[in-house]
Design a protein around this ligand. Structure first.
Ligand SMILES: NC(=O)c1ccc[n+]([C@@H]2O[C@H](COP(=O)([O-])OP(=O)(O)OC[C@H]3O[C@@H](n4cnc5c(N)ncnc54)[C@H](OP(=O)(O)O)[C@@H]3O)[C@@H](O)[C@H]2O)c1
Length: 257
C-alpha cells in the first residue's frame, strides 16, 4: 500500500517542519521529490539526507510570493524528473498581532504567502498534471490548511489574517476539486492542529501558553510533523482515489470537543 514509485512530487516549505517531514515520507514511499523553499542550504541538506537513503530528490529555491520563482521551480522539477504528479502546497507564515494593531503590510504578507502563493503554485503544477496520461491527465494537490480555517466553530485571536488565508485555502480546495476532476486531478486539504515546528516553537516553549494550548486537544500533546506526513502520503497515493474536495483534520481531537 501507498507505493509512490514512478511518481514525482513537489513540496513547498520543505526546509522545515511539516514540509520537510512530508518530503522524507514521500521519498520513503518511492516518489522522486523536488523540495522548495527560500533557505537553499536547508534544502540541500535535506536532499543529501534523502539521497543517503537511496532515493532521489532535487533542491529548488523558491519564494512562493514570486511567480518567476514558481515557474522556475516547476520547470526544474519537470526538466529533472520528466513529469509532476503530486503537489504539497505547504509553505506558510503565521504572525501573531492583535486585530486593532494589524497593518496592511502584515495582512498582505500573510495572504500573499498562504493563499495567493497556494493559488500560483497549484495553477502552475496543475497545468503540468493536466498533461499526464493523455488525454485524461492526472495528479494530486494537497493543501495544508489548519484548524484555524474557519467553519468549524473555533475562533483564534490575534491571527485574523492567518485564519482568513487558511479559510481561503479550504474554499479554493473545494472549487479546484470540482474543476480539476475531469483532468484526473484530486485536490484535498489537511487541517493540522498544534504541531511541533518552527512555527509553534515559541508558544510551546512557554509553559503557560503550551499548557493552555494543549489542554484543548483530548490527546493533550502537540503533534509531530511525521503525523501530518503520513496523511500526505495517503492523499498522494492510489489508495485515496475516491477522495477529493475533503479536509482531513489531524488535531489530537481538538475539533471533536
Ligand atoms: N505547526 C502547526 O501547528 C501548524 C498548524 C496548522 C497549520 N500549519 C501549516 O503548516 C504549514 C507548514 O508550517 P510548519 O508548521 O511546518 O512551519 P515551519 O516549520 O515554520 O515551516 C514553514 C515553511 O514555509 C516556508 N516558507 C515560508 N514563507 C515562504 C515563502 N514566502 N516562500 C517559500 N517558502 C516559504 C519556510 O521556508 P523558508 O523560510 O526556507 O522559505 C518553511 O519551510 C504552514 O502552511 C502552516 O500554516 C502548521
Amino acid at each position: 500500500m501507498f507505493d509512490l514509485t514512478g511518481k514525482v512530487a513537489l513540496v513547498t516549505g520543505a526546509s522545515s517542519g511539516i514540509g520537510r517531514a512530508s518530503a522524507v515520507a514521500l521519498a520513503n514511499q518511492g516518489a522522486r521529490v523536488a523540495v522548495a523553499a527560500r533557505r537553499l542550504d536547508r534544502l540541500e541538506a535535506l536532499v543529501a539526507e534523502i539521497k543517503n537513503h537511496g532515493k532521489d530528490a532535487l533542491a529548488v529555491q523558491m519564494d512562493v510570493t514570486n511567480k518567476a520563482d514558481i515557474d522556475n521551480a516547476v520547470a526544474q522539477t519537470v526538466k529533472t524528473f520528466g513529469r509532476l504528479d503530486i503537489l504539497l502546497n505547504n509553505a506558510g507564515v503565521a504572525e501573531f498581532v492583535s486585530f486593532l494593531d494589524m497593518t496592511e503590510e502584515q495582512w498582505d504578507k500573510t495572504l500573499d504567502t498562504n493563499l495567493k502563493g497556494y493559488f500560483l503554485v497549484a495553477q502552475t503544477a496543475a497545468r503540468e498534471m493536466a498533461k499526464n496520461n493523455p488525454p485524461a491527465g492526472g495528479g494530486r494537490i494537497i493543501n495544508i490548511a489548519s484548524i484555524a480555517s474557519g467553519g468549524v466553530g473555533v475562533g483564534f485571536p490575534s491571527i485574523a489574517h492567518y485564519c482568513a488565508s487558511k479559510g481561503g485555502v479550504v474554499a479554493m480546495t473545494e472549487a479546484l476539486a470540482d474543476e480539476l476532476a475531469p483532468m484526473g486531478i484530486l485536490v484535498n486539504c489537511i487541517g493540522p492542529g498544534v504541531i511541533e515546528t518552527e512555527m509553534t516553537e515559541g508558544m510551546l516553549k512557554d509553559p503557560k501558553q503550551a499548557e493552555a494550548l494543549l489542554a484543548r486537544a483530548p490527546l493533550k500533546r502537540a503533534g509531530k510533523p511525521e503525523e501530518i506526513a503520513s496523511a500526505v502520503v495517503y492523499l498522494a497515493s492510489d489508495e485515496s482515489s475516491y477522495t477529493t474536495g475533503a479536509t482531513l483534520y489531524i488535531d489530537g481531537g481538538w475539533l471533536a470537543t
